[in-house]
Structure formats: C-alpha cells, structure tokens
Design a protein around this ligand. Sequence first.
Ligand code: ZN
Length: 305
Amino acid sequence: MVNEEPRVPELPEVETMRRGILPIVGSRIESAVRPPCSRRPILLTPRIDTFNRRLQGKKIVDIGRRGKRVMVEIEDSLTIVIEPRMTGLVLLSDPPTRDHLRLRIELSGGDNEQLLFWDRRGLGTVRLLSAKEVKSNIDDKLGTDALEITADELRKCLCKSIRAIKVALLDQSDVAGIGNIYAAEILFRSGVDPRTRCNRLARNQWRRITTEMHAVLNEAIFYEGSTLSDGTYRNAINGEGSFQAHHSVYDREGKPCRRCGEGKIRRIVQTQRSTFFCPVCQRKTGIHRSLLGSWRSTSWPEAIE
Ligand SMILES: [Zn+2]
C-alpha cells in the first residue's frame, strides 16, 4: 500500500526546517534535556550528560544543511547534526504532541527560548560532531547537493550506471537530498521514463533533468515542502507545507495527467518503492513528440493550478 510507505522528509522539507530555525543563530545554549518519553528513545550521541557538558554556554553561529540533515553549527567547530529520517521534526515551538518530544535545547540571548526535536516513530538521530567527524561521517559519503549539482556533474557521476534513473536519483552518494516524491516529480517534468537506464540517457536529457531538479526543489521550498495525508511533516512552527497540492504524479495513480490530459498516472515498484509517472509524457525513447513544440524548461503553470 502506497499510504504505508515511508515518507521521508527530503531536501525541500529539511531546507524549510533549516530556514525556520535560522532565528536561533546568535543564541547561546543553556542546556540540553531529554524530556520524559515513554516511547523508544532516539539515538543521541554522545550521551545527554556529555552532550550537555560540551555545549553549555556555547553560541550557535549558523544553521546549515547537508542533504536531508539539519546542521546546527556551534562555535569551536562543533556541529549538532539532526537527521529527521522518517517522522522527525525540528521546531522552535508548539510540538504536535508532548509525548514524542525527544530533545529540548534551552537557549538564551535571542528571541527563542528553545530548539526542539520531535519524532513520532523515533528513528531520527541527533549527533554532536567535530569538524573532522562531519567530514568523515557526512561530507565524504554524500554526493553534491541536488540544488547545486550541474548537468555535467550529474551526467559524469551517473552516465555509466545501468541502474534506472529513478533509482539512481535516490542514491545519496551520487546526488544528495532527493527522495521518492521529488524524484518522481523531477522525472515527470523532464519527460523521462523513470525506468530508463542511466547509460541510455542523452546529454540533453541530463541537462533537462538537472534544470527540472533545481526548478522542482526550489518550487517545493517556496511552498515549504509537502505535508502528505499522514500529516507528519510540519515546518518549524508546526505549520503544514503546501507543495502536495502541486504534485503532478506522486500519489496520483489512476488520475488523468495534468499536463497531457491523455495519460493516466501509473504506479510501478522500483527497489521496493513506488514510482509514479505518466506513460504518455514520459516515454523511454525520450519526450513524447506532441510535447516537443511546447517544451518549457522551468515550471509548468498547468501543472500547478
Ligand atoms: Zn501526461
């Protein structure tokens, strides 16, 4: 069942979390507390007492993002790496429930008194890392960020692969930040069949995929990400994202294509994940001929009524 599939916050959702907590830059950390929680505990490293000791009194100097992680940069080259995984949220206030609140970092010297990590399923992680650890544990393992990668870079790292393009786009070691929702939307707008093997894609298709990758992700950030029917994903003040209203193919199985009106959105399974696409707009041989004349490289107004 599609509805039971994990819906992981992807680049737009995590970037929205990052932007939402930017106001805490300049604040100092007073203490970190694990609130009483009857649920399975999240992975916190190091243990809370050490975590607290290393951070107490330190200033937050920036908020960054690596792929699907929020990076709270602290003075003395320390970083709190927050990985929401499936149901984790980074909040300044108003957690959806008290019971799933996993970590509260108390702050001083700014407008916000706390930074919260909330996680219904508890699969998220919070780690305190040094600059060296960030490099070896994260940077060395991640591909270029999906918002920054160029068409040439994307082509060079994937063009020899025999994996289907949809599967390859989910591999964080090639390009970082894309998950199941945005891979489907990017390939739809690129007019590329998600089953196409990477080594069969032409140079102009890599260009189109990269252009649409940037367009879809930026548009989704503008709408503060996608809050799906499970309602889990929220922004930093517990509000919903609204890009779900602009999905062209994701979770629209059997519905008419918003672009061509001719095709019905199909769902297939690739590496145990659902893939949605329009069999008319996305042909293995490239773009459907009827669309060539009206091809546009950026957002499609008709797809975002
Ligand atoms: Zn279509």
